[in-house]
Design a protein around this ligand. Structure first.
Ligand SMILES: [Ca+2]
Ligand SMILES: [Ca+2]
Ligand SMILES: [Ca+2]
Ligand SMILES: [Ca+2]
Length: 392
């Protein structure tokens, strides 16, 4: 349709517009390349956000858009360095811009970041950021910076954190091409931060007093719930949770999700920033205890679950298990189809994860797990799973 428009351009107009490089007004095949970056805001140990830092917008979609009629002239993706090259049929010198979209149709990274229509509250549209206008064919190198101030930087940070998640999936879970995940966020969104089972939707706060769009820990925590949903196992009954002892199934799910966030952010410290100071939790330095004579079905803290998983996955240091995080994460697909024992709390909880650990890995780590779980945190795990009794 756009080509038909070009054909009827008066020749005199094309001649009159001749200018730079002799291509002004000339239909032709042109290209533009450059780097797309977005302004990230680091979550500081103080639970405040740091100043904006430009980083590559990796693996996003980009398009060349004609300014006069909004036609899409070319589409493509950025690479790991945020670089793109787009080739398009257009008119030399016509006004165009590059549109950056936090979405990927790569089956290995099926991510889209959307916003809710502010009028209807229902429609879910992709975020997008339009770069500055330039002249097609005359400008051949064009970079785009998605600023934090534009209100779109956060959408690209959410996308980028989910790229880290997706790129971990094959090694951690032996899964390729997981189901698409959608993140819903926009400046001002106030319906909470949570994951919607079944819809594969991550909802994130965008309030001025507490946004989560730059809180990589929080984004990765919600992605942990996505992993449980589509790859692993959860019987999380939902509800409020704050680290105090709670339903073991809730504690398992939230504790795993926080552990997953520590792995994805490559940091033992979980940070949820807020304008006036947020929340941090150190999964390695903290020690949260259960009740030694409370039984294996007792209410437990999600923090204790996170700490145990972290000690199982990290190297030697403050615990005797020289582990790998991928070995701990691999429990999720294993547990998805495992038969859980009826003892303790029915449904997926820490006891079932430990049972699965020994079935999957053998009993060599019995003594180390005893130290991490029973001696350090007083949780009275009974080593009563299907793998059989541990050596005394
Ligand atoms: Ca936050
Ligand atoms: Ca360890
Ligand atoms: Ca440790
Ligand atoms: Ca159970």
């Amino acid at each position: 349709m756009r080509r038909a428009l070009l054909v009827i351009l008066p020749i005199t107009l094309a001649l009159a517009a001749c200018g730079d490089d002799g291509i002004d007004g000339q239909p032709g095949t042109y290209s533009v390349s450059g780097v797309v970056r977005y302004e990230d805001r680091p979550a500081l140990a103080t639970a405040l956000l740091g100043d904006p830092v430009p980083v590559p917008a990796r693996f996003i979609e980009v398009a060349v858009i004609a300014e006069d009629d909004g036609a899409t002239l070319a589409t493509g993706t950025t690479d790991a360095a945020g670089k793109y090259t787009l080739t398009f049929d257009g008119v030399g010198g016509e006004a165009v811009h590059v549109l950056a979209i936090p979405s990927s149709s790569d089956p290995a990274r099926p991510i889209s970041v959307k916003h809710v229509d502010p009028v209807t509250g229902i429609a879910k549209e992709l975020h997008g950021f339009g770069g500055e206008t330039f002249k097609a064919g005359i400008v051949t190198t064009h970079d785009v910076l998605i600023t934090a101030a534009s209100g779109e930087g956060g959408a690209f940070n959410i996308f980028d954190t989910l790229v880290v998640v997706m790129d971990r999936v094959p090694a951690a879970f032996n899964v390729t091409n997981p189901p698409p995940v959608t993140a819903l966020w926009q400046v001002g969104s106030d319906d909470g931060t949570y994951y919607l089972d079944g819809d594969h939707e991550i909802h994130l706060l965008g309030e001025e007093v507490d946004g989560d769009e730059y809180d990589d820990s929080v984004i990765a925590h919600e992605a942990g719930h996505y992993i449980e949903d589509v790859i692993g196992r959860t019987d999380n009954p939902g509800g409020d949770h704050d680290g105090s002892p709670t339903d073991p199934r809730l504690a398992w799910s939230e504790g795993f999700a926080t552990y997953f966030a520590l792995v994805i952010t490559d940091s033992a410290v979980y940070i949820d920033t807020a304008r006036d100071g947020g929340f941090t939790f150190d999964g390695e330095a903290s020690v949260t205890r259960a009740v030694a004579n409370g039984g294996i079905g007792q209410d437990v803290s999600e923090d204790m679950v996170t700490e145990i998983l972290y000690d199982m996955g990290d190297g030697l240091g403050d615990d005797p298990l020289d582990g790998t995080h991928d070995a701990v994460l691999a429990l999720q697909p294993f547990l998805r189809t495992a038969t859980l024992r009826a003892a303790g709390t029915p449904g997926m909880d820490l006891v079932d994860a430990l049972d699965g650990w020994f079935v999957k890995n053998g009993l060599a780590s019995c003594a180390a797990i005893r130290t991490i779980v029973v001696a350090t945190r007083l949780f009275p795990y009974d080593f009563g799973g299907a793998a059989g009794a541990c050596p005394p």
